[in-house]
Design a protein around this ligand. Structure first.
Ligand SMILES: Nc1ncnc2c1ncn2[C@@H]1O[C@H](COP(=O)(O)OP(=O)(O)O)[C@@H](O)[C@H]1O
Ligand SMILES: C=C(OP(=O)(O)O)C(=O)O
Ligand SMILES: [Mn+2]
Length: 531
């Protein structure tokens, strides 16, 4: 490990962290080595660092709070998702966390979010653990040496997984918490080592900052660009395929999870790395992601044999096994991570009911209706307490990360879609042939084929039929996909059972949409189920 004294030193006294031994901006290699030296992780045969995140192996949405103050009070959509936290309780808890970090070795990293210069958000990350700091290196954007001189951090993330809150005193629900304070520009995370809280914390902050202050649309989507320079974006809740499907050897990757769509007709990545699920990962099905697992990558909560070989089928710790890596671990990337206006938008949904067609083309009204509805299944593991696919409506395909009312994002998206004249596709990457338990997950090679055909414009001239319950236009043929796969009813053994399930799902769509009806015009209402 390089001698830390030769590096730039910074003091954390201004944050209230006293007498800490500060490791400032260690390299990825140094953080890898120090994690192993501290016995906080081990090296896998691939060279990647393998760590365990501890008690939490997924996000905990019920412990995610936003401080209610002058900055947020009138703007945030308060409710079950955005849980208010009192400003003075925050200050007290903050003081306890920084006291806890005082006298300790801490890892500090200066980084930024947003690949577009005009939107750059400088972030200082203070971590208790070296591997969390390495995660920040992988996931945020890495300033140049020049940019680091005179670096002015705007937001601060204080991340203390080993600090346990006392719910009765601290105002939290339990011992773990992730709290966003927009007035102070601080994300305070404690009691959980799940790294996803770090990246999704900043994502949530940007989902407030960009629309409120920059009139720019933030999106929970992945993005890539084709040979002709045309951009595609893929919206979807966790586990629906954003990371997997955006990683396409024929297209340059812009980013796998969080993007902004500007009024200058560009799409830019917020991040500098990817965070892929590795459950059942294989070199054969997902070679790019498989090969990204090497020194510099961090494997989370996986199980290895004594040779350091990972068993990706082993879910004994969690189904939400992960790898994070800097985006340059993927060969075919767009640099910087910015693309033009999208030509195609995919809404990815993992339908646990097995009702929705594997691909359908949406009218503008349907696109708005489905975006606001955000129907999908929460897949097992990414959130605490979810152990099997659970049907859910997650507005904007990312409700847990949206501080504003969903219709704010939907209005912006509708306007931008109209202006850009995009094709919008609904893709069911979930179940077919029956609901979860009876049917099967849609084959990845079929989903990939359908997306390729849509992107290449080869679905433009095929015959479409209308889904009798949802009114969606379904292609009747698609290269490299058997015809019967395209019509979900034909994949079910019992056609009546399919109709019953489709009607049941339509009813839950309507029930969910009732809360948004007052915001929706006729075109959007007509985009819903037709029976
Ligand atoms: N038809 C399919 N389309 C996309 N992903 C699929 C499909 N079938 C199985 N999968 C698996 O589902 C998971 C999708 O996860 P991921 O791409 O990380 O989702 P997200 O980035 O949206 O959270 C991966 O483990 C992938 O291998
Ligand atoms: C990290 C997460 O995102 P995703 O599964 O969408 O990659 C998450 O939801 O915790
Ligand atoms: Mn992802």
């Amino acid at each position: 490990m390089a001698d830390n004294d030769t590096k730039m030193m910074i003091s954390l006294e201004q944050y209230g962290i006293k007498n800490a031994k500060v490791h400032y901006n260690l390299s990825s290699d140094e953080l890898h080595d120090v994690t192993i030296k501290n016995e906080q992780g081990v090296e896998a045969a691939s060279g990647a660092l393998a760590i365990k995140t501890g008690e939490f192996t997924g996000r905990s949405p019920m412990d995610r709070f936003i401080v209610k103050d002058a900055a947020t009070e009138d703007k945030v959509w308060w409710g079950d998702i955005n849980i208010p936290f009192e400003a003075d309780k925050f200050d007290k808890l903050y003081d306890k966390v920084v006291a806890y970090l005082s006298e300790k070795e801490v890892y500090v990293r200066d980084s930024y979010a947003c690949a577009d210069e005009n939107y750059k958000l400088n972030i200082r990350v203070v971590n208790e653990y070296p591997w969390s700091n390495m995660f920040a290196y992988n996931m945020f954007l890495r300033p140049t040496a020049e940019e680091l001189e005179g670096f002015d951090p705007e937001w601060t993330i204080i991340n203390a997984p080993g600090f346990m809150a006392d719910a009765a005193v601290d105002g939290t629900r339990q011992h773990n918490f992730a709290i966003l304070n927009f007035g102070k520009k601080v994300a305070l995370i404690g009691g959980t080592g799940y790294t996803g809280e770090i990246k999704k914390g900043i994502f949530s902050a940007l989902n407030f900052i960009l629309p409120v202050y920059k009139n720019t649309l933030p999106m929970h989507c992945s993005a890539n660009v084709g040979k002709n320079g045309e951009t595609a974006i893929f919206f979807g809740l966790s586990g629906t395929g954003k990371t997997t499907l955006s990683c396409d050897p024929e297209r340059k990757l812009i980013g796998d999870d969080e993007h902004g769509w500007t009024n200058e007709n560009t799409v830019f990545n917020f991040e500098g790395g990817c965070y892929a699920k590795v459950i059942d990962l294989s070199a054969e099905k997902e070679p790019e992601i498989y090969n990204a697992i090497k020194r510099g990558a961090i494997l989370e909560n996986i199980v290895m044999n004594d040779k350091g070989e990972v068993d990706f089928e082993d879910t004994s710790i969690t189904q939400n096994t992960r790898v994070s890596y800097p985006i340059y671990h993927i060969d075919n990337i767009q640099t910087p991570s910015i693309g033009k206006n999208p030509k195609n938008i995919f809404f990815l949904t993992a339908d646990a009911f097995g009702v929705l067609p594997p691909i359908s083309k949406l009218t503008p009204g349907q696109a708005a209706y489905h975006f606001i509805s955000g129907y999908t299944a929460k897949v097992a593991g990414t959130e605490a307490g979810i152990n099997e696919p659970l049907p859910s409506f997650s507005a904007c395909f990312g409700a847990p990360f949206m501080p504003l009312h969903p219709t704010k994002y939907a209005e912006m998206l509708s306007a931008k879609m109209q202006e850009a004249g995009v094709n919008v596709w609904l893709v069911n990457t979930g179940w077919t042939g029956g609901p979860y338990g009876t049917g099967n997950r849609m084959k990845l090679k079929y989903t990939r084929a359908m997306i390729t055909e849509a992107l290449e414009g080869r679905l433009d001239n095929v015959e479409f039929i209308t889904h009798p319950v949802f009114g969606l236009s379904m292609p009747t043929t698609c290269e490299n996909v058997p015809d019967e796969v395209l019509n979900p009813k034909e994949t079910w053994a019992d056609a009546n059972a399919y109709d019953a399930k489709a009607n049941e799902l339509a009813a839950s769509f309507k029930k969910n949409f009732a809360q948004f009806e007052e915001y929706a015009n006729e075109e959007i209402m007509n985009g819903g189920p037709i029976v």
